[in-house]
Design a protein. Sequence first.
Length: 402
Amino acid sequence: MSMQKYIKDFPILKRKVNGKKLVYLDSAATSQKPIQVIKAITDFYMNHNANIHRALHTLSEEATIAYEQAREKVAAFINAESTEEIIFVRNTTEALNFASFGLRDMIKKDDKILTTTMEHHSNLIPWQQLAKMKKAKLDFVDFDKNGYLDMKMFDKKVNDAKIVAVTQASNVLGTINPIKKIAEKAKQSGSIIVVDGAQSVPHMTVDVQELQIDMLGFSGHKMLGPTGIGVLYARKELLEKMQPVLFGSDMIKYVSLSDAEWNDLPYKFEYGTSHIAGAIGLGAAIDYLTQIRMKEIRKHDIELTRYALKKVGKIATIYGPKKAEDRSGLIAFNLANIHPHDIAAILNQDGIAIRSGHHCAMPLHERLKISASARASFYLYNTKKEIDLLLKSLQRVKEIFS
């Protein structure tokens, strides 16, 4: 299926930057939004805006229905067993913090938390801090010279791990980790498996039941939805054992001056006024992705990534697996001794938006013995022609610094 016909749905892609047509290659940071999502959010604010779960008037009932329909769409999208397992949060970072601190009562002194050296800070710092808080041990699985997770090392270290926290797709290396295998080994060891799905859920089919994972975090803004809305999926029996992280209104069933009783799932973890428009926008984004089909988006990612590896790989050092099938839709690279910030600034002159820096993965960059990298990331609205423009602009960068 050609993705060309969907480009028209993204109003921002019509604009120019520095007199050049915008080439947006930063979807791993945040995706652009189709008009269908923008209209869904606008319609809520124009016609249905009210608080949810708290009133009997028409607007509140309409808002509540729309909000809960969005939860149903999320549950179906990742094949959760029920909507009780879907907690709306602000983003992947909050989801993983909720996972970490929600599991705090299950971690004791000297328990092992196992993660990897390729993690985004969002799936490192919460476990780092939990380990410090509970005097637990934090251990790591490394990756090899080609960017693949060292599964022999994982097999050795998982045996006594209480929690295994791993990214499904690296936001720097692009590596897609074998989550099903990891989860199987974790289950055999009695570990709780927590997955960072920020870079995977927007780009491929993620079935939580098939993968047999316990918890999954992801963000709406990376999958065509608005900012400020994300999801924590967790198995119901785990959520029932977990304690809330934040307290206040809506997450309670009963309150006295001396104590409180928590609300039923999933509301036990949703405090205060939720990002109602954000959830509705995420629901519209899921409708859009479902219509296109995730397997088609994955095919498109592979095609563009293969093309980028071939073209950009001729003049730059690209990190991570050499096979496009083993990667998500991004390439992180360096060009000779030119600082990534300089690369990004010159590309911006040509209307090309990429990311530069450590991409919230400082330990990974230290492991690669580099301070930063440039990153071009793709989505359904990108084309091979745009990769050609990227290459042309990178060649200009080389000429400037030669």
